[in-house]
Design a protein around this ligand. Structure first.
Ligand code: GLU
Length: 481
C-alpha cells in the first residue's frame, strides 16, 4: 500500500534518479539513487531510472551501460525505465510550442557575442549577470530578427512575487522572481535544456518526490515556475528535497582528488556491493547510531527527517571497516568466485588450490577482495621471502627446530591440521622451545611474513610439498650463518 504524504497530493509515491551518461556513475549520484530507491520502497511506491542524455556531444552509449551496470552491481533495482530523454524530443517540442503559443516562452535572437557583451557590461557595473529580456515580445515588437541567427527559446519568468517551497531536507526556501531571468529552455537546434526537460519528464512520469543533490537547489525555483506554466491550476507539483553534498576529508566537494568517485571503481578495488550500499546509506542519513544494517533495515527505517542538512564527509576508513565486516560474514564460495578472476589477473589458475578453503581462512583478516586475492596468492606461487626476515627469524635454536620439522614432516601420516599441530608440538618439546619460536619461522619461510592465520591450518592448506619446498629453500639460504 502506498501512503500519500502530502495533503494536497494523494498520488502514490514515485521517485526517480536521472543521471547524465557522460562517464561513470558518480558516488553522489549513486547515493541519490539509493535514497530515492529507499524512499520509494519505504512507501510502497515506484522508483524510476531516467537517462538525461540531451547533451548529445557528451553522452555516450558506453556511459549509459556504465550507469546500468553500476545500478545492477549495487542492486538498486528500478521499477520503470531506463527512459531516455532523446526518445522524448517530440514531446518536449509539443510543450515548447504550447508555451510559445501561450506567450509563456518566446524566441530570442540575441547572439552569443551580444550576450557576452551584456554580461561584461553588467559585471563591470558590479551587477549580477542576467539576461535583460531584450527579445521579450513586447520589447521586440516590430524588430526584424537578424539574418542568419537561429533563435533559442526562452522561458518568460514571472517578473514579481516569490517562488517558495518547503524543502523536504532544507526546510522553507523562498526566492524572489526578481533574482531569476528568462532562462533558455531550448537551444537553437530545438533540443531542450536540462531545466525544461526535467520538468516535462517529472510531470509525465508523475514524480511525486524529487530528491537530488544540493547542487540543484538553485534550479528548483526556475523549475517551479516552469511547472506552473505547464500544469493546469490545482495540479500538484512534486515535493523537493535537496540532499547534502558529499565532501572529501579536506572539506572540498568529493572529487577524483580524494580517491575513487566512480561506483564501478569500488568494484574493481575489491569492495562488496552491500558494503558500499550500506556506506552510501549513511552518507547524509542516519538511524540512531546504527552503522551496519541491511537493505531491508534501510527500507524499513528510511525517512527524510533524518537526512542531515549539513554536508556529509567521505571517510575511506569507515568504508574499509564496513567492507571488512561484510567480508567476514560473506559466503566463502561467493567470495571465491569474486577472488578467482583477480587471481587470473596475477596469472594463476584459481582451480590449482582450494580457493574456498583459502578464503574461509583469510576473510576475517582482510578489508577488500583485492587484499584477499593478494593473500591467496601465497597458495599459488612461492613468495619472495626478504633475506633480512630470514636472517632475523631462521637462526639458532629456531632454525634447528625448523630443520627437525622438515626432517620429520615427510613421515607424518597425513597432512592434516591435527597431525601438523602434533608434529609442531613434538618438535617444540624436543627442542625445549615455546610455540612462537617455531611458528614464527614457519610463517616466515612459507609466506614471507611473520603473521598468518593459525599455522597448522595454513600449512595444511599449503600442502606438504609446498611447505617442504619453501622451508628447504629457507634452510639452504640460511645455511652459511
Ligand atoms: N541529470 C541531472 C544530474 O545528473 C539530474 C538532476 C535532477 O535530478 O534533477 O545531476
Amino acid at each position: 500500500m502506498s501512503t500519500p504524504l502530502h495533503p494536497a497530493d494523494s498520488r502514490p509515491v514515485r521517485t526517480r534518479v536521472a543521471p547524465s551518461p557522460t562517464g561513470m556513475l558518480h558516488l553522489g549520484t549513486a547515493r541519490t539513487a539509493l535514497f530515492c530507491w529507499a524512499f520509494a520502497r519505504h512507501h510502497g511506491g515506484t522508483f524510476v531510472l531516467r537517462i538525461e542524455d540531451t547533451d548529445i556531444e557528451r553522452s555516450t552509449e558506453q556511459a549509459v551501460q556504465v550507469i546500468m551496470d553500476s545500478m545492477a552491481w549495487l542492486n538498486l533495482e528500478y521499477d520503470e525505465g531506463p527512459f531516455r530523454q532523446t526518445d522524448r524530443l517530440p514531446r518536449y517540442k509539443e510543450l515548447l510550442d504550447q508555451l510559445l503559443a501561450e506567450g509563456k516562452a518566446y524566441l530570442c535572437y540575441a547572439t552569443r557575442e551580444e550576450i557576452d557583451a551584456l554580461r561584461a557590461e553588467q559585471t563591470a557595473r558590479g551587477e549580477k549577470p542576467r539576461y535583460d529580456g531584450r527579445w521579450r515580445p513586447e520589447r521586440a515588437a516590430g524588430r526584424t530578427p537578424p539574418p542568419g541567427v537561429t533563435p533559442v527559446i526562452r522561458f518568460r519568468n514571472p517578473d514579481f512575487g516569490d517562488v517558495a517551497w518547503n524543502d523536504l531536507v532544507k526546510g522553507p526556501i523562498s526566492v524572489s522572481n526578481t533574482e531569476l531571468d528568462d532562462l533558455v529552455i531550448a537551444r537553437g537546434d530545438g533540443v531542450p535544456t536540462y531545466n525544461f526537460a526535467v520538468v516535462v519528464d517529472d510531470i509525465d512520469m508523475r514524480i511525486t518526490h524529487v530528491l537530488r543533490g544540493d547542487d540543484h537547489v538553485n534550479n528548483t525555483p526556475r523549475q517551479i515556475n516552469i511547472y506552473r506554466a505547464l500544469l493546469a491550476p490545482g495540479e500538484p507539483l512534486p515535493r523537493f528535497g535537496h540532499l547534502p553534498m558529499i565532501l572529501g576529508p579536506d572539506g572540498q566537494k568529493l572529487s577524483k582528488r580524494h580517491g575513487a568517485v566512480s561506483v564501478l571503481q569500488y568494484e574493481e578495488e575489491g569492495f562488496l556491493p552491500e558494503a558500499l550500499f550500506n556506506y552510501l546509506a549513511r552518507l547524509g542519513w542516519s538511524h540512531g547510531d546504527a552503522e551496519k544494517f541491511s537493505r531491508d533495515d534501510m527500507v524499513q527505517w528510511f525517512d527524510l527527517e533524518h537526512v542531515n542538512r549539513a554536508p556529509a564527509q567521505y571517510d575511506i576508513d569507515k568504508l574499509l571497516w564496513l567492507n571488512g565486516e561484510y567480508l567476514k560474514q560473506a559466503d566463502s564460495a561467493r567470495l571465491a568466485s569474486l577472488v578467482g578472476p583477480r587471481l587470473r589477473v596475477h596469472g594463476v589458475d584459481p582451480a590449482a588450490a582450494d580457493l574456498t578453503a583459502i578464503v574461509t581462512l583469510y576473510k576475517e583478516r582482510v578489508k577488500t577482495l583485492n587484499e584477499l586475492a593478494d593473500e591467496a596468492m601465497l597458495f599459488y606461487a612461492d613468495p619472495h621471502v626478504p633475506p633480512e626476515l630470514l636472517a632475523e627469524h631462521v637462526k639458532g635454536p629456531a632454525r634447528d627446530a625448523l630443520a627437525a620439522f622438515v626432517a620429520q614432516a615427510p613421515d607424518t601420516p597425513d597432512w592434516q591440521r591435527a597431525t601438523i599441530a602434533a608434529l609442531i608440538k613434538q618438535v617444540l618439546v624436543a627442542h625445549a622451545l615455546k610455540m612462537p619460536q617455531l611458528a614464527v619461522p614457519l610463517r616466515v619461510v612459507v609466506s614471507g611474513r611473520t603473521q598468518t592465520p593459525s599455522i597448522d591450518a595454513t600449512l595444511e592448506l599449503l600442502g606438504r610439498d609446498a611447505v617442504l619446498r619453501r622451508a628447504r629453500a629457507a634452510l639452504a639460504a640460511t645455511a652459511a650463518q
